[in-house]
Write a protein that binds this ligand. Sequence first.
Ligand code: PMP
Length: 321
Amino acid sequence: LEYHADKGWHSGRVVPYQNISLDPAAKVFHYGQTVFEGLKAYRTESGIKLFRPTKNFERLNKSNARLSIPPIDEKLAYEGLIQLLNVDRDWVPSVEGTSLYIRPFIIATEAALGVNPSLSYLFMIIMSPVGAYYAEGVNPVKIHVESHFVRAVAGGVGEAKTAGNYAAGLNAQEEAKEQGYSQVLWLDGVHRKFIEEVGSMNVFFKLNGVVVTPMLNGSILDGITRNSVITLLKHWGVPVEERRVSIDELIEAHHNGTLEEAFGTGTAAVISPIGELSYHGEKYVINGGETGELSAKIYDTITGIQNGKLEDPFGWLVALD
Ligand code: PMP
């Protein structure tokens, strides 16, 4: 789908995967005017299903608004996705636990070096089959709490799904990996103590029976899995709070034995139990480094709904037909 200031969004088409040609002065290269989304299609016994796709296109438009990209007709974008999936439904893999990862994105294509919103854009969707994220179910990850670098600040672009957020996190992520940690947990940019999110996941902590997750504050992504987990917990009657949670509170809870579980949520991993946090050189092992009971139950329930093995009480799945 193309956009030009004079014509709006137009010329939608499905083409074979191929290189694209852009002017070296295209604004996306210089000023990072770009947004993206990520969602999955699953093959179930009753056909191919998408998980809450309208949420992704809504969020795409929120990101657009922040990056001065013109809004896209969500229905048109969605219809484009359906057309693409219908080219070959065998793209959605059938092996248990696998899915088709879908990446819609927009780039600014106008060739001009002035710092102004681009007058032209390309909306594209690429896809790739992905394996079961965890071959042997869910395995806890070790996460480094970043105390030097900051990924996003209030008023910035943290709540948009835009390239610069990820580029800004790469150095800290590489440093953490060198020390044996798989990902970085970001703290807020002002106080450097309130928990934000992991590189590509929102985070939850079970503190003395209450599940706590950082509230949406403008600098973290409004994760669709996060929203689904909150809905599920409320449905089960598990107390859940969206509020500020500081690293000090977590450390104190760890000392008191009330930091019972921690997990990340995101489209890729669904639920990723956190077995250890490191902060300022100290290590905090959570739940003996094992997957918590609640984390496992949420993982089983959400993946069960996605694969069509469990009932879908919230109407999260959308059939392709
Ligand atoms: N935070 C960030 C920064 C992310 O990139 C993602 C992945 N989209 C998430 C959280 C989780 O969001 P979702 O559940 O919608 O995948």
